[in-house]
Design a protein around this ligand. Structure first.
Ligand SMILES: C[S@@+](CC[C@H](N)C(=O)[O-])C[C@H]1O[C@@H](n2cnc3c(N)ncnc32)[C@H](O)[C@@H]1O
Length: 209
């Protein structure tokens, strides 16, 4: 519980299966990576990406204490994920995407690392559509996971532009006036001819810390 700074429980919405490869963006203390590792079993793998050494060290300690070995914590930015293209079955994230200053970049990177037909199960803060950016900033800070939140239709449009379909954004609980904890689900299109798919960039090396 102390390892969690999230706003939901993405591992329960992502319907993980035995043997799958899961990636948690902004893995923090590692709780969702550890839970995912247990759900995909020893034939599966769970990766966490985080930009801070302190959180990576905490996550590694928590994984050791939990006795899971099929986990890898990588230092990196969610705007430039340190994994090869089409190497992941499921991307999860818990209250992190609202913190990014380049959300189209994050969504394009998620699409790049997912295999065709791969899926996302994301918990995040999402605003109602009528709230302007200024309205959101009035309700809380960027670092407090409020001011940087996308609206529901911004999330849907961003995912569609990044090559996703079957997109749903479900509000679960209010966190401020007109702003909600939400579950975001989508599937990466498996149609290679689909217009608007992001360009797959050359793969980066996975630098495990
Ligand atoms: C609100 S905490 C959530 C941590 C974790 N997901 C949880 O549920 O407990 C945000 C985490 O995301 C990381 N983070 C924020 N922005 C990031 C970025 N652009 N790239 C990589 N990590 C980021 C932070 O270092 C921090 O560990």
């Amino acid at each position: 519980m102390l390892a969690s700074l999230g706003c939901g429980n993405p591992t329960t919405v992502a319907e993980l299966r035995e043997g799958e490869t899961v990636l948690d963006l902004g893995s923090g203390g590692g709780i969702d990576v550890i839970l995912s590792a247990k759900r995909v079993g020893v034939t599966g793998t769970a990766y966490g990406v985080d930009m801070t050494d302190e959180m990576l060290a905490l996550a590694q300690q928590n994984a050791r204490e939990a006795g899971v070995s099929n986990v890898h914590f990588l230092r990196g930015m969610i705007e430039q994920i340190p994994l090869p293209a089409e190497s992941v079955d499921v991307v999860i994230s818990n209250c992190v995407i609202n913190l990014s200053v380049d959300k189209p970049g994050v969504l394009a990177e998620i699409s790049r690392v997912l295999r065709p037909g791969g899926r996302i199960g994301i918990s995040d803060v999402v605003a109602e559509d009528e709230l302007s950016s200024a309205d959101r900033a009035e309700r809380g800070s960027y670092g407090g996971c409020i001011a940087g939140a996308l609206s529901r239709s911004e999330y849907e449009a961003g995912l569609e532009a990044a090559g996703f379909e079957e997109i749903t954004v479900e509000f679960t609980h209010q966190v401020a006036d007109g702003m909600h904890g939400a579950i975001v689900k989508a599937v990466k299109t498996s149609d290679p001819e689909r217009k608007g798919l992001p360009i797959v960039r050359p793969t980066a090396n996975a630098g495990c810390c």
